[in-house]
Design a protein around this ligand. Structure first.
Ligand code: P6P
Length: 374
């Protein structure tokens, strides 16, 4: 008998979401928010695929709230389709237009979420403060995201990714809430409503733009992997209930920072290089893109780490829209996400761009580094 699945057996993300809704795992509003996120990811995939061609690479010139040079694509990847949902892929001739209008340019993720009508608040790496969504008709979900993590890799066509998390609606920060306070109090309420521990996440996922476009999602019932079929632009279910190996001899750290690490971490890193009982040391794999390094860790086992160091007291990665969503996913796959001492999902952010050290992957590997750091 043929081992390949015939097309009618393939499950698309759309039908998978509807099944979760019918089973009562998610509600209709969440289905719409997740569908709008998958649309944003398909649009970003198209942008990333053509970046060199449409001259989107190169530094935008603006600097985001992180103080990092904004690559053109991560500005646009924050929005892509205008209100008509049309995909605004700039052509070569419009590159100057991009420069002039990048502030006004539509933003992929936030625009798709706004047009879903079910998103109340968004918090993005590319936005200084949380944004209360005017067009929210119902649902009012809170969505946190990094629209294009690792965007510095775009020019070299190395994997990049979008990361997102969804929290339950709350009325703290709705745009239409009458507020006789100052704008600051609205923003402050937004920050309060967005700054929740990852243990409150209802859903989390990422889309990796690599040799395949891979959409990974959990709604709290395990981790599901979808692969974009460019033949008809649908995400197709390719793995379900993924379980990360309990151990794995692959580590992903930027060892260029070794001299800046504290001694306990150096001892951990040195230990990985000893052949040990198996006679084989660990393998180093580091591509400088969290989503790419994480996805390989999820499937093959091992550990990704971005420690604090003498330069970056809290490491580099953001708790709210990078570490927490990835930790929710890895725990759903039987893995662990830690700041070196505590569970990432137990940490409540005090501000939306807060950084934390991150050690994430196979349980035995994360516990090994925690022992060295104790
Ligand atoms: P470094 C990309 O900028 C990112 O946020 C992650 O995707 C990636 O793992 C890390 O930073 C790379 O940082 O300092 O090693 O270049």
């Amino acid at each position: 008998t043929s081992s390949t699945k015939s097309s009618y057996e393939l499950v698309t993300l759309t039908t998978w979401l509807l099944k979760q809704e019918q089973a009562g795992v998610i509600d209709n509003e969440m289905t719409i928010v997740l569908a709008s996120i998958s649309t944003a990811c398909k649009q970003i995939a198209a942008l990333v695929l053509r970046a060199p061609i449409s001259n989107l690479t190169g530094v935008q010139g603006a600097v985001n709230v992180q103080g990092e040079d904004q690559k053109k694509l991560d500005v646009i990847s924050n929005e892509v389709s205008d209100s008509t949902g049309k995909l605004n892929i700039p052509t070569r001739s419009s590159s100057t237009a991009i420069n002039q209008e990048h502030d006004a340019r539509v933003q992929v993720f936030s625009n798709c979420l706004k047009s879903s009508g079910r998103t109340g608040v968004i918090a993005s790496e590319e936005e200084d403060v949380p944004v209360a969504v005017e067009q929210s008709y119902s649902g009012n979900y809170i969505v946190v995201f990094d629209p294009l993590d690792g965007s510095s890799n775009i020019d070299a066509a190395v994997s990049t990714g979008s990361i997102f998390g969804i929290y339950a609606p709350n009325d703290e920060c709705l745009a239409d809430v009458e507020d006789n306070g100052t704008l600051d109090s609205v923003e402050q309420r937004c920050v309060v409503s967005v700054c929740q521990p990852g243990s409150n996440l209802l859903a989390a996922g990422y889309c990796m733009y690599s040799s395949s476009v891979i959409f990974v999602l959990t709604v709290g019932t395990g981790v599901y992997v979808f692969t974009l079929d460019p033949m008809y632009g649908e995400f197709v279910l390719t793995q379900e209930k993924v379980q990360i190996p309990k151990a794995g001899k692959i580590y992903a750290f930027n060892e260029g920072n070794y001299a800046l690490w504290d001694d306990k971490l150096k001892q951990y890193m040195d230990s990985l290089k000893e052949p040990g009982d198996s006679g084989k040391p660990y393998s180093a794999r580091y591509i400088g893109s969290l989503v790419g390094d994480f996805h390989r860790t999820l499937l093959y086992g091992g550990i990704y780490g971005y420690p604090r160091d003498k330069k970056s007291k809290n490491g580099k990665l953001r708790l709210l829209y990078e570490c927490a969503p990835m930790s929710f996913i890895v725990e759903q796959a039987g893995g662990k996400g830690s700041d070196g001492h505590q569970r990432i999902l137990d940490i409540t952010p005090t501000e939306i761009h807060q950084r934390v050290p991150l050690y994430i992957g196979s349980v035995e590997e994360v516990e090994k580094v925690e022992k060295f750091l104790a």
